[in-house]
Design a protein around this ligand. Structure first.
Ligand code: ADP
Ligand code: MG
Length: 400
């Protein structure tokens, strides 16, 4: 029998032995079926099913080499993912898969199978509506972000967590891909349509006002240990069905600005809206999505302030003016990071499906310019936009 005491990338047979004999999650190894369902670039995700009872679990394993490119990456990312999932599950169990086991030696995370929920990005491309999305994602973010901040957590414990969640390799990726390369293509990795090269040169690369603000946002991402953030909360990390949502894949987690997660959610939903504006004409879907984005902004702002009032213990933090300033700052950061996310996913090399799946027509060129224009407004005017409907007005100004 294998001991699973030293790291190696598991084969399907190893995974069966691991969940049945090593973890004791299944009695009969002979009826188990394994499938590798990973669709990301980074890790291996094994789904194990008992073919007789239908009981299933997920084993997510990090290898020392990336799944796609084969380049090396620190497997500690998997421990960070397990640790944050446990914290988030304790705070908001409805929205997180249950963790059954974490094996640090194997960098293997065994968790609840949430296959009943589907990747939100793809669902939105198929024009599916989720009536509870705004309510749930805003509740999740407000509760988790405020509860893991100094406003609520014991300050010694919080400092221990800041240390535990130092995520050098993964933050390094974001520092480059999100905050450096889109503005200064020093690795020659940006991918820009021929017809948009001049536009990007003038409105992004040569835009000094923009680069100053991006430098400020980059510095804040790196130095403002406000809350335990997911770090990659795009619409492919949110899984949804009519019952609710589940949040997965937090391996980019670290102590950073709350606005980073909120901005990722909002920025990525604007891709779905823009794609729909340029390539689909489903009015009912468009209205639902637009209302949802407006509500996510407004509800998150409201709930952040409610959770602070409900959970902050220090009288200093209960002051109304303080709470207003604090929440205003978070929402400003959120708009800034929504902007950096939209820019990097449009001109950087990890494009979103809403862009890469669009045919390379005049419409696509217009869509990309409109998104870049809107993203730039989100960054430069983040102190002026105060409500969801003001944000939506800015989007419409940029689109037409
Ligand atoms: P990566 O870190 O490689 O991006 P993800 O965590 O995004 O990996 O997982 C890749 C895919 O595996 C997801 O898009 C999803 O389809 C599937 N998956 C991951 N975790 C679960 C889970 N707990 N239950 C069901 N499917 C999952
Ligand atoms: Mg992923």
């Amino acid at each position: 029998m294998k001991t699973f005491n030293n790291h190696f990338l598991m084969s399907h047979e190893d995974v069966k032995e691991y969940v049945a004999n090593h973890l004791g999650l299944f009695e009969n190894i002979n009826v188990l079926q394994v499938e590798e369902i990973g669709d990301g670039n980074i890790n291996y995700v094994f789904k194990v099913i008992n073919s007789e009872t239908g009981k299933s679990v997920i084993v997510k394993q990090a290898d020392v080499l990336l799944r796609s490119s084969g380049r090396p990456l620190d497997i500690n990312r998997n421990k960070i993912e397990a640790d944050i999932l446990k914290i988030q599950y304790d705070l908001m169990s409805d929205f997180i898969p249950e963790i059954y086991d974490y094996n640090e030696k194997m960098a293997a995370l065994t968790m609840e199978d949430i296959s009943a929920y589907k990747n939100l990005r793809y669902e939105l491309l198929n024009k599916k509506q989720f009536p509870k999305l705004a309510e749930e994602i805003s509740e999740f973010m407000a509760q988790v972000l405020v509860s893991t901040s100094d406003l609520v957590w014991d300050r010694k414990d919080k400092k221990e967590q800041v240390k535990n969640f130092i995520n050098i390799d993964m933050c390094d990726i974001s520092e480059d891909l999100v905050f450096t390369e889109p503005y200064y293509d020093y690795k020659n990795q940006n991918i820009i349509l021929e017809d948009n090269k001049e536009f990007v040169e003038e409105f992004i690369y040569q835009n000094e006002e923009l680069s100053v603000q991006v430098a400020i946002l980059r510095d804040k991402y790196m130095n403002y240990a406000q809350s335990l953030v997911h770090g990659d909360l795009h619409s492919g990390s949110i899984f949804a069905n009519q019952e609710g949502i589940k949040i997965i894949d937090p391996e980019f987690a670290f102590y950073g600005p709350m606005g980073y997660d909120i901005g990722n959610v909002i920025g990525n939903l604007f891709f779905s809206l823009a794609h729909n504006d340029f390539f689909n004409t489903d009015a009912s879907f468009k209205k639902w999505l637009s209302d949802t984005i407006v509500s996510i902004y407004d509800l998150t702002k409201e709930k952040l302030s409610n959770v602070i009032k409900e959970k902050a213990t220090l009288p200093l933090y209960q002051n109304e003016t303080f709470i207003k300033i604090y929440v205003d700052n978070v929402m400003q950061d959120a708009l800034g990071y929504a902007g950096t996310e939209m820019i990097r996913r449009t001109i950087g090399d990890s494009k979103v499906k809403e862009i890469s799946s669009a045919p390379e027509t005049k419409e696509r060129i217009k869509m990309e310019r409109a998104i870049l224009t809107f993203a730039t407004a989100c960054i430069l005017d983040r102190d002026k936009i105060k409500t969801g409907s003001q944000l939506m007005r800015r989007y419409h100004l940029a689109m037409y």
